[in-house]
Design a protein around this ligand. Structure first.
Ligand code: FAD
Length: 609
């Protein structure tokens, strides 16, 4: 074994979405960082859909950008279609979504990482950890190189003992055409971690030249939608997506082929994402539904490959071919890459702190799919937090956490550390209790200061935020103190804006020169704050109550068994998840309000002693 001559502060394993953000954040904070990944050509690869964002996921990307992460900037730069989803619904659920040029996304991500100071990038497959008692101090790769570091982030995605399925054929691999990671699972099991199996799947890619787009509904790009709060540029030419549907024939084919699906023949028994089901699952679970929507999405500007969003499957290739023939517009389509399902190892719940450091091994952090999540954005969000905390750990500083009331990132991590996962975890707006406060448009107002304090946001970016805040304040004051004649009354502009039929723009037109001129994105911020003021105030009050619980700390290795009156069931789950404060404890399934009251009294007494 050769010991690499340089010692790093942080090593990040895996150049997927979690690994890219982790490596970038750690290096940007000044920690000497090594990104070790199996194949440099697949850094930032979009394993499945060629898109970023969407409902709730778009919120995560905006938050990553607000904190100084990369995903939003790379997505904007390589976007070939941008849309604001749910534009006709309430502000809480509006979310940007972008179609990416897949290859350019990878190139841009790799280029940005290569240009990042303090970051070394090397190709290598990590097999095991360097351990001293219960502390990690480095890794060993397949080339027999040992690297030492103060912190290690593991973000190995779907690669740990990955097994791909198409019909009855199974192939070990982390992703189509790529090797599985085998050593890491063994190293984790040897160290005492508990691993489980999950699965996910992807649809076929077909060639555009045989597709009849005339029978489909076209979906064009929208102007002026961006993820990033900084670099508002989307230089690429835009492309449309197209919508088509499955037919009765598709349904008949799937039903008659179910016995050939590894999902139904019992070959795969691990859980997949319920909300992102395979076409065979959809046909079985929603038997009454006549047809299922399919989005035909371009994979890039210089490729004719199309991603057939909506027919993820593990059915054999002949059934996949026959299925396409039953779908209007795809009758002549040729498959370029078949659909497949993949099973992989993940770390069972209850093994990480909110810092994403593992409870079993100090200095080791988990981020991304390994924590049981699914999705690029979920992975990137965890990667960012893990990268920050790994670099803080290397400096012997306390970790940070984003709380549930601060962002979707906080909701996700709080859920991960307090909930038993029975299926891959994906972000939804419904998971966030304080949706009206956690909007995608105000992610910078919520999180930029935190990014600045961590060294991830520059003085210039902060100054820009300050200008935004000042303009918002000024515009709001102006609305409050400017009175106009309306409905034979004298009303303030703020009172008028509160009415559902009015918008900042419509009032600016009705009362020229009376409202402060400001960009559309700010007009929206002001509108939401005015229109939803009552609800927002109520949510703020609830947050205060929650914060009280949050500030009651539970020490590490707290002896829950010694608390008189705590039920046995509560003791078991509290020991399993070892929450660090009462708020997280209160979210664990099996812990009641009565348990929290008992714990609170006990902890307060202990604190007073
Ligand atoms: P990944 O993006 O998987 O990246 C892992 C990285 O780690 C890779 O670069 C790999 O080379 C590297 N690596 C692994 N092991 C080692 C090692 N030992 N040493 C060095 N490097 C290593 N998500 C959805 O939201 N919806 C879907 O429908 C969906 N379908 C999917 C279908 C398939 C077939 C696959 C493969 C994934 C799918 N996903 C889907 C999941 C999505 O791709 C992941 O959630 C996301 O990519 C996870 O990011 P990550 O950074 O955790 O891991």
């Amino acid at each position: 074994m050769w010991k690499y001559p340089k010692r790093f502060d942080v090593i990040v394993i895996g150049g997927g979405h979690a690994g890219c953000e982790a490596a970038h954040a750690s290096a940007k904070r000044g920690a000497s960082t090594l990104l070790l990944t199996m194949n440099l050509d697949t850094i930032g690869k979009l394993s499945c859909n060629p898109s970023i964002g969407g409902t709730a996921k778009g919120h995560l990307v905006r938050e990553i950008d607000a904190l100084g992460g990369l995903m939003g900037k790379v997505a904007d730069e390589t976007s070939i279609q941008m849309r604001l989803l749910n534009a006709s619904k309430g502000p809480a659920v509006r979310s940007p979504r972008s179609q990416q040029d897949k290859i350019l996304y990878q190139i841009s991500m790799k280029e940005r990482l290569e240009n990042q100071e303090n970051l070394t990038i090397q190709q290598g497959s990590v097999l095991s950890f360097l351990l001293e008692d219960d502390k990690v101090f480095g890794v060993v790769t397949d080339l027999g190189i040992s690297y030492e570091a103060s912190s290690v982030v593991l973000s190995s995605g779907t690669f740990m003992r990955g097994l791909m399925h198409i019909g009855s054929s199974t192939t070990p691999g982390g992703r189509s055409g790529e090797k599985a990671a085998t050593g890491i699972s063994k190293a984790l099991l040897d160290a005492g971690f508990s691993l489980g199996r999950l699965k996910t799947g992807t649809p076929p890619r077909i060639a555009a030249k045989e597709v009849d787009f005339s029978s489909m509904l076209e979906q064009k790009t929208e102007e002026g939608v961006f993820f990033s709060f900084d670099e508002k540029h989307a230089p690429l030419e835009k492309r449309s997506c197209f919508i088509t549907y499955t037919t009765q024939e598709s349904k008949n084919l799937i039903v008659s082929s179910l016995h050939r699906s590894p999902l139904y023949s019992g070959k795969i028994d691990s859980k997949g994402p319920r909300y992102c089901p395979s076409i065979e699952d959809k046909i079985v679970r929603f038997a009454e539904k006549e047809r299922h929507q399919i989005f035909v999405e371009p994979e890039g500007l210089r490729t004719g490959e199309l991603y057939i969003n909506g027919i993820s499957t593990s059915l054999p290739i002949d059934v996949q071919h026959a299925l396409l023939k039953t779908i209007p517009g795809l009758e002549r389509a040729q498959i370029m890459r078949p659909a497949y399902a993949i099973e992989y190892d993940y770390a069972l719940s209850g093994q990480i702190f909110s810092s994403l450091e593992t409870k079993r091994l100090k200095n080791l952090f988990f981020a991304g799919q390994i924590n049981g999540t699914t999705g690029y954005e979920e992975a990137a969000g965890q990667g960012l937090i893990a990268g920050i905390n790994a670099s803080l750990n290397a400096e012997d500083k306390a970790p940070i956490s984003i709380e549930r009331w601060q962002g979707y990132l906080g909701v996700m991590i709080d859920d991960l550390i307090s909930t038993e996962l029975f299926e891959p975890y994906r972000m939804f707006t419904s998971r966030a209790e304080y949706r009206l406060l956690l909007r995608q448009d105000n992610a910078d107002l919520r999180l930029r200061e935190i990014g600045f304090a961590l060294g991830l946001i520059s003085e210039e970016q902060r100054a820009c935020l300050e200008r935004k805040k000042a303009l918002l304040q000024e515009a709001r004051k102006n609305l409050q103190k400017t009175f106009v004649a309306a409905d034979r009354k004298t009303l303030s502009l703020e009172q008028l804006l509160r009415r559902p039929e009015n918008s900042y723009r419509s009032l600016s037109q009705a009362y020229p020169g009376k409202l402060l001129a400001c960009p559309f994105s700010l007009q929206e911020d002001i509108e939401y704050d005015v229109k939803y003021e009552g609800y927002i105030a109520r949510q703020e009050k609830e947050i205060k109550q929650l914060q009280e619980l949050h500030h009651v700390f539970i020490p590490r290795d707290f002896p829950f068994r010694s608390v008189v009156g705590l039920r046995k069931e509560a003791v078991e789950v509290l020991e399993k998840f070892s929450p660090t404060n009462l708020q997280t404890a209160s979210r664990i399934a099996g812990v009641t309000y009565a348990d929290i009251s008992i714990l609170r009294v006990h902890l307060q007494k202990r604190g007073a002693e």
